[in-house]
Design a protein around this ligand. Structure first.
Ligand code: ZN
Length: 133
């Protein structure tokens, strides 16, 4: 049976409400068993908070990294790509290293791509792209 912790804002007590089913919980208006007040605040258990915070921060980090990259200057992008490849412990090939090197020197990513037409088409390039996601 699902049970939930609440804090009653009327009598300032912590109360536990137990429901027979989750459907009942969905429909029920939480009511304080002591003062019959309905001004209850749901308390989330410590474990639930830790978990949700963790995943929230994890996804936040991902979003931030991607946002940063979208606005990043080529040198920052190059350093990021080099760091990624080092963290993966993989040699992504001469093309990758050349692109990173040129990015780090501040070259425009679109110019680099244009000068290396085989970059996006090659299978190695596509695999590297997948790994970054
Ligand atoms: Zn109460």
């Amino acid at each position: 049976m699902p049970s939930y912790d609440y804090r009653c804002n009327d009598c300032k007590r912590r109360v536990v409400l137990t429901y027979k089913t989750y459907a009942e919980y969905d429909q029920a208006v939480p009511t304080c068993p002591r003062c019959k007040g309905t001004n209850l605040t749901r308390l989330i258990s410590g474990v639930a908070i830790a978990k949700s915070e963790e995943s929230r921060f994890a996804s936040l980090d991902d979003d931030t990294a991607l946002d940063d990259l979208a606005d990043a200057d080529p040198a920052t992008l190059g350093r990021y790509m080099r760091r990624m490849s080092q963290e993966m412990g993989e040699d992504l090939g001469d093309e990758f290293n050349e692109v990173v090197g040129r990015l780090e020197r501040g070259e425009n990513p679109e110019d680099i791509e244009a000068s290396m037409p085989e970059l996006g088409a090659s299978e190695g390039g596509a695999d590297a792209g997948d790994d970054f996601m």
